[in-house]
Write a protein that binds this ligand. Structure first.
Ligand SMILES: [Zn+2]
Length: 114
């Protein structure tokens, strides 16, 4: 495993992070440091026409927030040198999997078990 492979993954993660932040702010969610407050986009969701639209919007924002947390975590793990290790079994996650999903925390077999 080369450091180069990880640095290109880090670039992708940083690109992904910027993209998620853009999407969140386009939806009116607060993306300030320290996490995104649900309260800050409830006002926006209230303007949605129906309850189901509002629920959909909140679910989407929630998914983006979760992905953002995973991406942030992955970037942090690259910086601290613990990236690429499965949190389930402690084995190295195959680079093919990391390339497909750079924010992966688990290897395929642990993912399937979880
Ligand atoms: Zn594993």
């Amino acid at each position: 495993m080369t450091t180069d492979a990880y640095s290109s993954l880090k670039e992708r993660l940083e690109g992904e992070r910027a993209h998620i932040l853009e999407e969140l702010s386009a939806m009116g969610a607060d993306t300030e440091e320290g996490g995104i407050e649900i309260a800050s986009y409830e006002g926006f969701a209230d303007s949605a026409a129906s309850t189901s639209e509002k629920a959909e919007l909140l679910a989407l924002v929630e998914r983006l927030r979760e992905t953002l947390a995973d991406v942030d975590d992955a970037i942090n793990r690259i910086d601290t040198g613990s990236y690429g290790v499965c949190e389930g079994c402690g084995e190295q996650i195959p680079i093919q999997r990391l390339e497909a999903r750079p924010q992966a925390r688990l290897c395929m077999s642990c993912q399937e078990r979880s």
